[in-house]
Design a protein around this ligand. Structure first.
Ligand SMILES: Cc1ncc(COP(=O)(O)O)c(C=O)c1O
Length: 372
């Protein structure tokens, strides 16, 4: 049925791709999808004329478009906002954030493998996307989110018919509550706890390749919570190379942007650690970045080091003003996470990590509308 293999990102243990499953049964870490890339014939020129959605990369996705649950996600604009500077505007996705990419794949695979209901803890945007894709799939959805998440996020989920539980604490507490009290029959599609969200997110890197005519940027700034997008793009660059796409001499330097009030990846990076440690008393109004103990933290650290990237913690007082200032300047509706990414860009320019003339892509991961 499927042409890909599944194995653990950490211990490499093989897993059966025809089974509905979450993490590695040997070590509890995330599972990785691999395609027989040496046999796949896919060149950049083959993509011309394909659908304006992430399904244009069907050869490197786990499920055929005909079997997928799709709201036509991906292929978002790469907006030039300065000399050699672009914003990849993910707010143009269904439900207004890049979470649509991951959930399109996760929900498609879960339905194909027999899931009867879906659940996930969320900082807000993932819940909205899960609720919408669950509705499109005809599957009931239960989501949990921190009780201080702006109301627009929970209202959106209810609008799509999902059951919402607002709980004290962070996304980590919401995940714990679901494991202990959530519906036992619902399949958990938490970030990196099932293998396919990353496959949807990785398409952001394929799009950058196409949108920049094969000349990948020098630096990519990505607001990092769970890190699916960061790890997904890192994986995608390897895939493109294995497919034989011309890649230039160096890979884009990946930059994890976090909020100073919750920066486990930055702390792990600065300390030279191989794994992230849980962040105590996580707090930030860039809610998507309030992920105190990302299960894929070790993968984020690997991606940053392998690409000679870095990690930046943006002080809380810089986040909202940066989003506001850049929205007013560009007309793109930056969410706080996108504002943080822009503030990190300015810091890295000032520090010299980004040199004049380098080509930079900044991710605006979602719309700012739901935060107001
Ligand atoms: C707007 C926004 N940006 C960034 C993130 C972090 O995403 P990831 O978990 O892929 O690191 C989130 C996650 O909730 C989000 O909603």
């Amino acid at each position: 049925m499927f042409t890909f293999t599944l194995s653990c990102f950490r211990c490499q243990a093989a897993h059966d791709p025809t089974v509905l499953q979450t993490v590695c049964t040997s070590c509890g870490m995330p599972l990785r999808v691999d395609y027989p890339l040496a046999q796949i014939k896919l060149a950049p020129a083959d993509l011309a004329g394909r659908p304006a959605s992430l399904w244009r990369y069907r050869e490197v996705l786990p499920i055929a478009p005909a079997d997928a649950v799709s709201l036509v996600e991906g292929w978002t604009p790469l907006v030039p906002v300065g000399e050699h500077v672009w914003i990849k505007d993910e707010s143009r996705n269904p439900t207004g954030s890049f979470k649509a990419r991951g959930l399109a794949l996760a929900v498609s695979m879960a339905r194909a493998l027999g899931a009867r209901a879906l659940c996930a803890p969320s900082a807000g945007n993932a819940a909205g996307a899960l609720a919408a894709y669950g509705a499109a799939a005809g599957l009931p959805v239960v989501v949990t989110m921190p009780e201080d998440t702006p109301r627009a996020f929970s209202q959106e989920c209810e609008h799509y018919g999902a059951q919402v539980h607002l709980l004290p604490g962070t996304i980590a507490d919401c995940g714990k509550w679901l494991r202990e009290h959530g519906p036992k029959h619902a399949f958990d599609v938490s970030t990196l706890k099932e293998p396919y969200r990353i496959e949807g997110k990785k398409t952001m890197a394929y799009e950058l390749y196409e949108q920049l005519d094969g000349k990948l940027p020098d630096v990519i700034l990505y607001p990092t919570g769970g890190g699916t997008g960061l790890v997904g793009m890192w994986k995608a660059f390897d895939e493109m190379q294995a497919l034989g796409w011309p890649m230039g001499k160096t890979r884009p330097r990946l930059v994890s942007v976090q909020a100073a009030g919750c920066a486990p990846v930055v702390r792990g990076f600065d300390a030279g650690d191989e794994v992230t440690r849980p962040w105590e008393n996580a707090t930030t109004q860039a809610y998507g970045l309030r992920v105190p103990s990302p299960i894929g933290g070790f993968l984020c650290l690997r991606a940053l080091r392998e690409t000679k990237g870095t990690a930046v913690a943006v002080p809380e007082h810089e986040i909202a003003p940066a989003a506001q200032r850049i929205s007013a300047k560009t007309g793109i509706d930056l969410c706080p996470e996108g504002g943080a990414a822009w503030a990190a860009f300015e810091r890295l320019r000032a520090s010299g990590f980004i040199e004049d003339g380098e080509r930079v892509v900044i991710f605006n991961t979602g719309t700012g509308l739901k935060y107001r």
